[in-house]
Design a protein around this ligand. Sequence first.
Ligand code: SF4
Length: 161
Amino acid sequence: MSKDKKMPSIFTMAKNFAKDLSTYIKEGAPNVSNKIYMERLEACNKCPNLNKKHMRCTLCGCLIEHKAKWKTTTCPDKPSRWAPVYKDLKTPKSERSRRAKQANKILKDAANKGVWDPQNPETVNPLLKKMGYKSEVKFSDCDDCGEKGNKKEKDKGKDKV
Ligand code: SF4
């Protein structure tokens, strides 16, 4: 049933992804633990708002593999189907502002040059590296459950900055 759920427009998906990405960068690209990641993926897998064919949330259009991994993201459903962890972050305002300026400049330059494609999350990796972050956005090899990709994440261990 969820396979037929309609996705938001490309514009809305790109806008939501850019917003999530900007917040993620401002906070220093923090990821949740593997335990929370698996809990989030499990909640998404059971959720009627998931488009299983594309593994995207139909409320925001984000790829859940990335959305679930980033500490700064939240489930857009009301009520939320994930326990929020974003409120625990305590990056000073001045540092958030510095990172926001840096991220906005780099993302704007990259978008103008066609280096960053908001529809292809992996294209953000060279930009994160340029900003000094160790975290990487990766696609899963299994578009049904993300199992192989998740195993890779487990094997790799924590990749928090
Ligand atoms: S992010 Fe929330 S609403 Fe979207 S698929 Fe996952 S659990 Fe469902």
